[in-house]
Write a protein that binds this ligand. Sequence first.
Ligand code: LLP
Length: 430
Amino acid sequence: MTFTDGFTYRDSVLTCDDIPLTDILRETKTPVYIYSLRAVLDRLEQHRNAFAGLNHHVCYAVKANPSLPLLQVLAQAKAGFDVNSRGELFRALRAGADPSRIIMTGVGKSREDIEDGLAAGIGWFNAESASECRLISEIASAHGSTATLLLRLNPDVDAGTHPYISTGESDHKFGLSAADIRSLAAQASWLPGVHIGGLAFHLGSQIFSALPYREALRHLMRTLEDITPLLELQHPVIDIGGGFGVPYEEDGESLDPGIIAEMLLDLLGPQSDDVTLITEPGRSLVANAGILVSTVEHVKPAHDRIFLVLDAGMNDLLRPALYNADHGIVPLRESLGTVTVFYDVVGPVCESSDTFARRYPLPELDRGDTVALLSAGAYGASMSSTYNSRPLAPEVVVLNGRWHLARERQPLEDLLRGERPFTAPEAPRA
Ligand code: LLP
């Protein structure tokens, strides 16, 4: 389990920061997400070190894991944030983020998103269409403020990742073509309340090769050269998004952002001192710092297989159902016998897609035994839902040998929050 940061077996029990997870489960029950904040901070430091030769701001992509204590420790470590909605902005500000280090990204910013961003005084807005530039200009000039825009380039580069999480090709909804960026830059002086500060791209997620970044960077630099005289950009900002791939299995690969930093230094040459670089890592900071712990509800032999029915389902961790993603599964107690059984590991939700793994080797397990679904720190809780009216799972953070309940299990009453049933027994007449 070397690839999962911060979780190790001690005395045959899985621990986080020396805390046996069985201690935490006694209070939280399962399913429960557990995150090692030490692991997140270590990954942040590694990421920063990789780009240390450049003027670099790291803006953590909140969508990967928006848990408040996690955002708090990142804010304390002076990370910036990439927010994709006013909801994520609200969370980042609650966690104590420095607004000047916040970038608002996203292809469909609403008036409310933009208004909240301007009111908070965020550092940058990515802009992905002429329509969005006009809307930001209209709102900013009405507020008497100036928004700094980074135009998102669609470099038409294949990132070689799952099609659902690939974002840099010309048939994707994201970003602007180089031609559109040139024409927007030429019109920029017509747009009051906005200042174009540089260019951005984001190629997708879980990328393992530096080559797509190189291709996209070349494209970005050419576009930047074209627009620099139009805008008198002396200190451009270059935002290369996130996407840095991480392993989901023992001995799996990861993408070293240091290679991308070297490429950038090479491409920029002496200009590198004048450029500010933004990166927006999400998954690479948090994926392997989190697990989802679940209890075996039933062991169900069927005609040609054995189902291990867990108390966690696709509503808690959607990635296997949505992307066919593999998450490692380990028992919480390492010493559970020596017989290996190949299970189809499934959840309790009423869909066959509610399957975490097929023919997965585990020690023989029984009802009541607990397992951990690994690499669940990114896009796990953040993509969870109450499908089948199953309450959201609690989340626990561990730091400095202590654990803290970051989110309680959603009470059943909360499932009805905001709902308005009829108060009379019969439905109103039409
Ligand atoms: N910046 C932008 C503009 C993004 O859209 C994203 C992710 C990121 C940064 C962070 O990317 P990361 O470093 O986490 O790869 N739900 C999917 C992943 C969707 C990613 C969406 N955008 C999954 O579970 O694999």
